[in-house]
Design a binder for this molecule. Structure first.
Ligand code: ATP
Length: 332
């Protein structure tokens, strides 16, 4: 099957900065793909390489099986939604959306019709005559989306498109983007540093660190089976367990990760399990997060609200299923 986007050993170095470093990547056609990672890890540079705003210093990129070298951005069948939306303030909404078609020489009637359709798609019909300055942040976001969709790209690149929105609006837009992607069947490549957003929206996630991809997988792979300490730490709030600890429970001298919700806490300081002390509780509404000290190792557990708990400072026993202890291959 042809990949929508394929990177073979792609690097983009800026002097001594290895923004993207020997990355291999295959994004399937029709996939909702998230690039997740901390600030400066190379996500935006990857997106710019796909768009054609940057050229690799090494390696090769293909888009739907065609080598991208030398193909200018406007001929790539790829569009970008930027975080700051980059709308033209002096043009009204309809002209903003139709702009790309105008540049391509599409006639006025045809491009305005296409722009109206794109505005309906993002649920902003009838807003065509407003200026960007007369819209809310969420509406501007939709206009930017309509503008990127109007010439029917095969790949849509989204660079933290929800970053400027407040939490509620952000959650609504997450759902809308997801259903829009399903309806259109376009490949979406979505950059975010928000792990919740990546896990909830994407079919697959690539976790970046320092210009490299640490792991690619389904949200469940990434969350339940992180392959490195970095991924375990960055995605969710795993307990990262040192090899000496893991050896006692699995017989293997390897790093392990254990999700807080996989740990059961009982007050009986006897029986089989990890002896610990409850050192803090943090009420979170639906759940309570517990800080625990297991012989100098700080662990966290999450239990449903209302679970009877021992007093802080008391001895507790921790148990978990052996399967929920995930062993990691690398220690990076
Ligand atoms: P953020 O989430 O903050 O946008 P990011 O993961 O998208 O971060 P990039 O913007 O890709 O990261 O940057 C990766 C690294 O490359 C950073 O160290 C950045 O400073 C550097 N970098 C990016 N563009 C340039 C450039 N034009 N010149 C020099 N260094 C650059």
């Amino acid at each position: 099957m042809t990949s929508a986007v394929s990177f073979k050993q792609v690097s983009r170095h800026f002097g001594s900065v290895r923004a993207v470093d020997a990355v291999d990547l295959d994004i399937a056609a029709g996939e909702f793909f998230a690039m997740l990672g901390p600030s400066g890890s190379g996500k935006t540079t990857c997106l710019r390489l796909i768009a054609g705003f940057e050229q690799p210093t090494a390696g090769s990129i293909s888009i739907f099986g065609e080598r991208a070298e030398g193909v200018p951005p406007y001929r790539r069948n790829v569009n970008t939604v930027f975080q700051d939306y980059a709308l033209f303030p002096h043009l009204n909404v309809l002209d903003n959306v139709a702009y790309g078609l105008m540049v391509k020489g599409v006639g006025k009637a045809e491009r305005l019709k296409a722009a109206e359709e794109a505005l309906s798609l993002v649920r902003l019909p009838g807003y065509g005559t407003r200026r960007p300055g007369q819209l809310s942040g969420g509406q501007r976001q939709r206009v930017a989306l309509a503008r990127a969709l109007v010439n029917q790209p095969k790949v849509l690149l989204l660079d933290e498109p929800l970053g400027a929105l407040d939490l509620k609006l952000r959650e609504n837009m997450q759902e809308e983007l997801k259903s829009l992607q399903k309806v259109l069947g376009i490949t979406f490549v979505f950059v975010t540093h928000d792990q919740g957003e990546a896990l909830s929206m994407a079919d697959r996630v690539a976790v970046f660190n320092d210009g490299k991809i640490m792991q690619v997988g389904t949200p469940e792979d990434i969350y339940q089976r992180p392959n490195t300490r970095f991924v375990a730490d960055f995605v969710g709030s795993s307990n990262v367990l040192p090899p000496d600890f893991v050896q006692r429970y699995s017989g293997q001298h390897r790093w392990g990760s254990l999700r807080p919700e996989s740990i059961r806490v009982s007050s009986a300081a006897s029986g089989d399990g990890v002896a610990a002390r409850l050192v803090g509780t943090n009420y979170l509404g639906a759940t309570t997060r517990l800080a625990l000290d297991a012989d100098g190792l700080r662990l966290h557990a999450v239990v449903p609200a209302g679970t009877p708990l021992p007093a802080e400072g008391e001895a507790v026993m921790l148990t978990f299923n052996r399967e929920s202890l995930h062993l990691m291959d690398e220690t990076a």
